[in-house]
Design a protein around this ligand. Structure first.
Ligand code: MG
Length: 374
């Protein structure tokens, strides 16, 4: 099936910052996907978490398995809408590369530490990882990805930051939309995390199925499962319910986006950028998805056991930052800035800390603060 005229393809792409010979036997966006998979930031996703810490159990999602789930969901929809599946996969696999250890607690703490040095934001850091920090190629820093892949990684950004970013910042200033592939990945991310947090929440015992019955969308699919399989055991019932919820959301996007695309009738990528967001849930599904998110915020992300983890995480990140800013001589030499520029040094400390996995950050904290550790 050929790509739709409003999809991204190499001929209409903003291209790479450093010119390269076109790849042989694969597309430019397959090359991006391959570079992302071979990056060290990607491998670290295995030991970074969103809600549950990595050592709490082997069955919980990590950022790596989350990214794979996002790619799966986004690719299914992309194929149906004739969007660029390789680009969608590349953005999905890269979308969390800039995250600190310990999920949002880690990011909030690092942002607070960096407040006098320009702040810290995981979307911007993700871009920094692929543009600057990965050191694997002889000819350039970073991965030298295609413009649309980089743009997709930069999901959000303030106007102030957009002005400093050059090409990928422009759409925020001009108030234009990103590619449909980026819009799609964004929504696939929401579907993936809401649904897997139900699953992980139930498995951890922080949520119970009774509580979840408050969410109409869950309750509806749960009842359908009970009707189809009377007496089904609870593990299977949860999985059957969650997979139906994911499926319903995927089908909803395919039909809603199909209608929106039909009525906006974009003839090119440029038309997509000037249109309203075309990849969206229907109004009904938006309401369902929002009430699910609200439920998770109230009952899982603010559960006292999650709060305890978040509190420890904030302390670890803050203490690491404070120790390094007070004595940069304790940093591995690669992260030491010799020019005496405080802001540049703080940014390198943020690079170091944000690149850590959960367990590395805990070990490093022990090494710095426990006198019996070397
Ligand atoms: Mg994500």
């Amino acid at each position: 099936m050929p790509l739709a005229p409003y999809a991204v393809y190499a001929a209409v792409s903003g291209g790479r910052k450093f010119g390269e010979t076109p790849p042989v036997d694969r597309t430019e966006f397959q090359r991006d996907r391959d570079r992302i998979i071979h990056s060290s930031a990607f491998r670290r996703l295995e030991y970074k978490t969103q809600v549950f810490l990595n050592h709490e159990g082997d069955l919980f999602r990590t950022r790596l398995t989350h990214s794979l789930e996002v790619a799966q969901i986004a690719r299914s929809i992309a194929r149906k809408l004739r969007l660029n599946e390789d680009l969608v996969e590349a953005i999905s696999l890269a979308h969390d590369l800039g995250h600190t250890p310990f999920g949002h607690a880690g990011q909030d703490a690092l942002n607070e530490c960096m407040k006098n040095y320009g702040g810290f934001e995981h979307n911007l850091q993700g871009l920094r990882v692929v543009d600057v920090l990965e050191d694997r190629y002889g000819a350039f820093d970073g991965l030298n990805l295609m413009f649309e892949t980089r743009e997709g990684i930069l999901k959000r950004c303030s106007l102030e930051n957009a002005r400093t970013l050059g090409d990928v910042g422009t759409r925020f200033i001009e108030r234009k939309q990103p590619t449909l592939e980026a819009q799609l990945t964004n929504l696939a991310d929401e579907i993936a995390y809401s649904n897997h947090d139900i699953d992980d929440g139930l498995r951890s015992g922080l949520l119970d199925t009774k509580q979840l019955e408050q969410v109409d969308f869950y309750a509806y699919h749960r009842r359908e499962v009970e009707v189809s399989y009377p007496g089904i055991n609870s593990r299977r019932a949860i999985h059957e319910t969650v997979r139906r919820m994911i499926n319903a959301q995927v089908l909803d996007i395919i039909s809603t986006a199909g209608e929106r695309i039909q009525s906006a009738c974009p003839a090119s990528l440029e038309d997509v950028r000037k249109a309203v967001p075309l990849i969206a849930f229907s109004d009904t599904m938006r309401t369902e998805a929002s009430s699910l998110k609200k439920f998770l915020h109230e009952n899982l992300y603010r559960h006292y056991r999650v709060n305890r983890m978040s509190s420890k995480a904030r302390r670890i990140v803050t203490e690491l930052f404070d120790a390094f800013i007070a004595e940069p001589g304790m940093l591995p030499p690669d992260y030491l800035v010799s020019t005496g520029d405080d802001s540049a040094q703080a940014r390198r400390i943020a690079d170091y800390i944000s690149g850590m996995t959960d367990r590395y950050a805990m070990r490093e904290h022990q090494r710095l603060f426990d006198m019996t550790e070397g």
